[in-house]
Design a protein around this ligand. Structure first.
Ligand code: G3H
Ligand code: 13P
Ligand code: NA
Ligand code: ZN
Length: 328
């Protein structure tokens, strides 16, 4: 059944688990996510980005998610819009039947320029008014997502601040977060705590303090009823980088957020964990390997099946690690 983000994350908070929010663009991702959720008895958050709408088209995405709900009626599914750049974008998603939207007012509508605090409060409050009127939830964002190591927002073609960010911008301020929630009434808040979008988060193997866990604790203590969201939470599996490069790929050395660090965050109020890059890497590795090992094969279903299995393995691992399993 389709449920709101608030409904799911209230349950997650009560039982102390986190929920991976996977980006979807196509049938194979959707199947991988649902089959893994089915096998582990996990609730699901699927999210559609602006890039996904451009790739698949809003009606196809919507029906893909609704098809998942129809085939797996026993699994709670949140249909979430990722990184909305204006209240108008959120409004269109709500009209399409999304049960949750992200109003990312931390950046201007161009998705690049950091906004003022007042602007963020204004657009987020407007999105909340619309969403709550139709029983949907809103995720806001405060602070600039960026790697604590490199100071960069990430290599995604979607959203992210331009140029090098200051240490101040890279960490959400707990007092500001409290005021933001009071003024906007958001259900969930994406915080800046050292992660960045895309595959190029860290240049060296990350150590224990790669995320600002203390900052997460401080924010959670200040806004205990607002569910925290960690964007840029891909772990960039080294084994998939190896497969990609072994079969013709050229991806330079790079590292993501270790799963154990995300689990530390979950202990301190992180409930929604955004993952896109890991499924992209697994999918690309699987298709490269399959085609290299089966050069005479030309039925796309064969290599797409391999990508589905590779993505499903990542989903299974995250549902288990984050404690999502058993909570559907
Ligand atoms: O927010 C970033 C997500 O990874 C979505 O990326 O806009 O390329 O679909 P995308
Ligand atoms: P990754 O690029 O780390 O997978 O993050 C995805 C994300 O935050 C989508 O909003
Ligand atoms: Na931001
Ligand atoms: Zn994001």
């Amino acid at each position: 059944a389709l449920i709101s983000l608030r409904q799911l994350l209230d349950h997650a908070a009560e039982h102390g688990y986190g929920v991976p929010a996977f980006n979807v663009n196509n049938l194979e991702q959707m199947r991988a996510i649902m089959e893994a959720a089915d096998e582990t008895d996990s609730p699901v958050i699927v999210q559609a980005s602006a890039g996904a709408r451009k790739y698949a088209g809003a009606p196809f995405l919507r029906h893909l998610i609704l098809a998942a709900v129809e085939e797996f009626p026993h699994i709670p599914v949140v249909m979430h819009q990722d990184h909305g750049t204006s209240p108008a974008v959120c409004q269109r998603s709500l009209q399409l039947g999304f049960s949750s939207v992200m109003m990312d007012g931390s950046l201007m509508e161009d998705g690049k320029t950091p906004s003022s605090y007042e602007y963020n409060v204004d657009v987020t409050r407007r999105a909340v008014e619309m969403a709550h009127a139709c029983g949907a939830s809103v995720e806001g964002e405060l602070g600039c997502l960026g790697s604590l190591e490199t100071g960069m927002a990430g290599e995604e073609d979607g959203v992210g601040a331009e140029g090098k960010l200051s240490h101040d911008q890279l960490l959400t301020d707990p007092e500001e977060a409290a005021d933001f929630v009071k003024q906007t009434q958001v259900d969930a808040l994406a915080i800046a705590c050292g992660t960045s979008h895309g595959a190029y988060k860290f240049t060296r193997p990350p150590t224990g303090d790669i995320l600002a866990i203390d900052r997460i604790k401080e924010i959670h203590a200040r806004i205990p009823d607002t569910h925290l969201v960690m964007h840029g939470s891909s772990s960039v599996p080294q084994e998939w980088l190896k497969v990609i490069n072994e079969f013709g790929g050229e991806i330079p050395e790079t590292y993501g957020v270790p799963v154990e660090q995300i689990c530390e965050g979950i202990k301190h109020g992180v409930r929604k964990v955004n993952i896109d890059t890991d499924l992209r890497l697994a999918s690309t590795g699987a298709v490269r390997r399959f085609l290299a090992q089966n050069p005479a094969e030309f039925d796309p279903r064969k290599f797409l099946k391999a990508t589905t299995q590779a993505m499903k393995d990542i989903c299974l691992a995250r549902y288990e690690s984050f404690g999502t399993a058993g909570n559907a």
